[in-house]
Design a protein around this ligand. Structure first.
Ligand SMILES: *[C@@H]1O[C@H](CO)[C@@H](O)[C@H](O)[C@H]1NC(C)=O
Ligand SMILES: [Ca+2]
Ligand SMILES: [Ca+2]
Length: 311
């Protein structure tokens, strides 16, 4: 194998991984929702912007603290000098919407190849299934089984997101396509697609075996117990042993408020040094590495980001 061939091989593996990762994040990123905490993720969520988070990565600690102080006073919505858990949760909820919007707009720009302000199905698949066909023409039969499945699923989400049925997505429709869990109009299709995937006996409900999937065969694992508890206590609210109707929706569509509260609690843990249940502006500024970071705290992140940027 020559050096060039080897490089090509490495690059194409990289591409495949990238495509898979991107596709995961498009429709399933939020649903998964239980990613381990990553500092850069915290910064993005606090700032509501990937761009801003990267900007903070290049600031001196002093400058970063100065700017965080300004933000912290804005988090203190009622102006009493401290940020309560509620205020921080509100802030995070708002900034995660901003973050979604930024991601959506960026992805829209990438996908709208001819820049006419719409993403057509052809534009979408040429980008999302890159490499599966020659010159942007995707041959579905040449996709492997997993990709073919994704292809058909995406098509259904696409059609559902296309509210005015002109077979192309406006920016707003594209946002529905990307983040279906954020839009009521997309929840039915999310539930339908989850049933297609999980409802093995086709009774329109999810029992514990279907809920657990492969985990069901490992009744002694810790994961089994966790999942069993989630099923019983979090989702099967009428205790009939099945998830149906609104229970399915609650399972599939994450409650943004709950997710924001979890993030707020995570930040409180790291920042509420006197444990009085509120964050003073000084406590937030002192925890700048946790909230927003700076050039002194971003060790490793640029290195990790490199392979992405090079591809
Ligand atoms: C939410 O974020 C936007 C964009 O930064 C901002 O203009 C708006 O004031 C924020 N709303 C609240 C309630 O913080
Ligand atoms: Ca277009
Ligand atoms: Ca449309």
């Amino acid at each position: 194998m020559t050096m060039t061939r080897l490089l090509l091989a490495v690059v194409s593996i990289g591409f495949v991984l990238l495509v898979v990762a991107e596709k995961e994040s498009v429709l399933h990123g939020h649903v998964a929702g239980n990613k381990p905490h990553d500092e850069h993720e915290d910064h993005k969520i606090v700032l509501g912007s990937e761009k801003l988070a990267s900007e903070f990565d290049d600031l001196s600690p002093e400058e970063s603290k100065k700017r965080l102080r300004v933000l912290a006073t804005k988090m203190d919505a009622n102006g009493d000098g401290t940020v309560s858990k509620d205020e921080l949760t509100d802030w995070i909820e708002n900034s995660s919407r901003n973050l979604d919007k930024e991601e959506n707009d960026e992805r829209f720009m990438e996908m709208d190849a001819d820049k006419d302000g719409f993403v057509t199905w052809q534009e979408y698949i040429a980008e999302a299934f890159y490499g599966a066909g020659e010159e942007g023409v995707i041959d579905v039969d040449k996709l492997d089984a997993e990709d073919r499945k994704l292809f058909h699923e995406d098509r259904r989400y696409f059609e559902h997101a296309d509210e005015n049925k002109d077979d192309k997505l406006s920016r707003d429709e594209f946002s529905r396509f990307q983040n279906p869990e954020l839009y009521n109009s997309m929840h039915d299709i999310l539930v339908t697609m989850t049933l297609v995937e999980k409802d093995a006996n086709h009774d329109g409900k999810i029992d514990i075996r279907e809920f657990m999937g492969d985990v069901f065969d490992q009744p002694n694992s810790e994961f089994y117990i966790t999942e069993q508890n989630r099923f019983k206590h979090d989702y099967d609210t009428n205790k009939d042993g099945f998830l149906s109707g609104d229970e399915l929706r609650a399972w599939i569509v994450p409650d943004l408020r709950v997710t924001a509260l979890q993030e707020a609690e995570h930040l409180f843990e790291g920042a509420d040094s006197n444990k009085d249940g509120v964050l003073s502006i000084d406590e937030i500024v002192a925890a700048y590495a946790l909230f927003v970071g700076s050039e002194a705290t971003n060790y490793g992140e640029h290195i990790l980001a490199l392979p992405h940027e090079e591809l």
